[in-house]
Design a protein around this ligand. Structure first.
Ligand SMILES: [Mg+2]
Length: 186
């Protein structure tokens, strides 16, 4: 079986961070408003401490949607591939509260992807350390490790990556789980 490594945030689940930021600030921002990968950049610097305190009392995964089709296609992929979920969990704004994020991530995964063996959840920062035949991630940076096929899952922060840039990096863009299914299961 080929090793298939799949990211969690903005691939399996989405929109959690922007909802948290909006609830905290009382705003109505869209993900694109962050102007980068880091939605928490929308938090004004002088409220950072307050934000971290607030964040650490919440389960970020209470705020997410499961990406359409993710569960169905993952279940099918899991029968044909050796599937791993590799996810970063260290909270950039306050690494010391990341233990709770890890706990909440784990619980979200066992509840919503119960067909994946928890031994195949990988909680990590540098995904380049991992080897896989196929990688799926929304972060171009996190797709940099070895793989024969790299699928860039479309997200708010990578929409502007041009076809040329994709080609240079040997990325194949996928816009949704239907497209993942068409590439990996046909
Ligand atoms: Mg991600």
């Amino acid at each position: 079986m080929k090793k298939l490594m799949i990211d969690m945030d903005d691939v399996l689940c989405e929109k959690g961070f922007i909802r948290m930021v909006n609830e905290f600030l009382g705003t109505n921002y869209k993900q694109e408003d962050a102007g980068s990968y880091y939605i928490n950049d929308l938090i004004p610097k002088d409220r950072l401490e307050e934000w971290v305190k607030w964040y650490s009392t919440k389960n970020a995964y209470d705020y997410v949607d499961i990406v359409e089709g993710a569960q169905e296609v993952m279940e099918k992929l899991n029968k044909v591939y050796d599937v791993y979920i590799a996810t970063a969990y260290v909270f950039r704004d306050a690494p010391q509260v990341s233990g709770k994020t890890l706990y909440d991530k784990y619980n979200f995964l066992i509840k919503n992807f119960p067909f994946i063996d928890p031994h195949k959840f990988i909680f990590i920062s540098n995904k380049e350390l991992l080897e896989a035949d196929i990688r799926i991630d929304d972060s171009p940076k996190k797709l940099m490790g070895k793989a024969e096929l790299k699928l860039l899952f479309t997200a708010y922060h990578n929409k502007n990556m041009t076809d040329e840039e994709l080609k240079e990096n040997k990325f194949v863009r996928v816009n949704n789980w239907k497209e993942v299914e068409n590439i990996l299961l046909k």
